[in-house]
Design a protein around this ligand. Structure first.
Ligand code: TRP
Length: 334
């Protein structure tokens, strides 16, 4: 679809926490979706959720500037285009903080305590001290991110559905109490299957099982070699089950033209895992080559990230100011 084919440009918004280098799971998931929506001509607001990062990393703020810089370079190199999408940083908008304070007043504690990701985070990071007000309030801040730009569509993965549901409830409650000011966002569910990492679990930096977009060819080969495969297929000749093999899941996504062939020859045993992995590594190296070149080039452009974020902030600021002013007025802080 071209830009002209979208009659009224719906406004899309999504945020990215600066958690570390982007990996192929991101490209197959939320980052890939963001690029597609931009290319389909939606009006896109994409931002770095650096305040959200504090919910789990408040004691690691030294890492934050580098992570933000790295994330923006990764996003630009993978195809997010600041000429077509508004790319900005959450913390450049004090309006977000003020609206978060106001919205926080009307959010029942029970709604927040029930969010599955809240309990999961506490459990998964049990060794860290993160049972804070900020973490509990994560969905409130996220609601503000969306509401402040009047975001209509939010591309979400399965794990974010509960957050968006809460956002819709908070917006409805605000509008009921103070008048029809905020826009209720809709989820844009994508059917992108989760990409598994080297251990077969969801690819994720915290599990240390990723293939990063910026990895050198040799690192990609080594990582692909380290992936688990069907444990029943020990050597070439053994019949394999592609449907349970992480390598095959990556083939489906990154080498669709040979995926059926791979499926067939894995099942008959004609294709061994070593060759199958080599095929995948070749494709990944080919596809990530352009990314690596572009990223290296962008990283050399002095001041680029600050320029992009500065311009993005200027574009989003009037929108954020208008929403905040309307919310303040509705709450009699005219
Ligand atoms: N919670 C998202 C994540 O884990 C990041 C995020 C922050 C976000 N604010 C948002 C996503 C608003 C969509 C809309 O990556």
């Amino acid at each position: 679809m071209t830009a002209e084919a979208v009659p009224t440009r719906k406004r899309v918004l999504t945020g990215f926490r600066p958690t570390g280098p982007l990996h192929v799971g991101h490209l197959a998931g939320n980052v890939g979706n963001a690029i597609r929506l931009q290319d389909e001509g939606y009006e896109c607001f994409y931002f770095v959720a650096d305040w959200h990062m504090l919910t789990t990393h408040y004691d690691r703020v030294d890492e934050l500037p580098g992570s933000v810089e790295g994330l923006v370079l990764d996003l630009l190199a993978s195809g997010i285009d600041p000429e077509r999408s508004v790319v900005y940083r959450q913390s450049d908008l004090p309006e977000v903080a003020e609206l978060a304070l106001l919205l926080g007043m009307i959010v029942p504690l029970g709604w927040l305590e029930r969010v599955p990701t809240f309990k999961e985070r506490l459990r998964d990071m049990a060794e860290r001290d993160i049972a804070n007000y900020g973490l509990l309030g994560y969905p409130v801040l996220q609601t503000v991110d969306i509401a402040i730009v009047k975001g209509e569509l939010v591309p979400v993965g399965e794990d974010q559905v509960s957050h968006l549901e809460i956002s819709r409830e908070i917006v409805r409650r605000f509008n009921r109490l103070y008048g029809d000011v905020l826009v209720e966002p809709q989820p844009l569910l994508s059917d992108t299957p989760l990409v598994p990492g080297s251990d077969g679990r969801k690819m994720s930096k915290s599990l240390d099982n990723t293939i990063d977009l910026a990895d050198e060819p040799e690192a990609i080969r080594a990582k692909v070699r380290s992936f688990v495969t069907d444990p029943q297929k020990v050597r070439r000749g053994d019949a394999g089950r592609p449907e349970i093999c992480p390598i095959f899941a990556l083939h489906r996504r990154f080498s669709p033209d040979i995926a059926d062939w791979t499926d067939e020859n894995c099942r008959t045993g004609a294709l061994g895992c070593v060759d199958c992995k080599t095929n995948l590594a070749d494709r990944l190296i080919e596809q990530l080559g352009a990314f690596r070149e572009r990223r290296a080039e962008l990283a050399q452009t002095r001041g680029l990230v600050e320029k992009v974020l500065g311009e993005g902030a200027e574009k989003v600021r009037p929108v954020a100011r208008a929403t905040l002013a309307a919310a303040r007025a509705a709450m009699r802080f005219g």
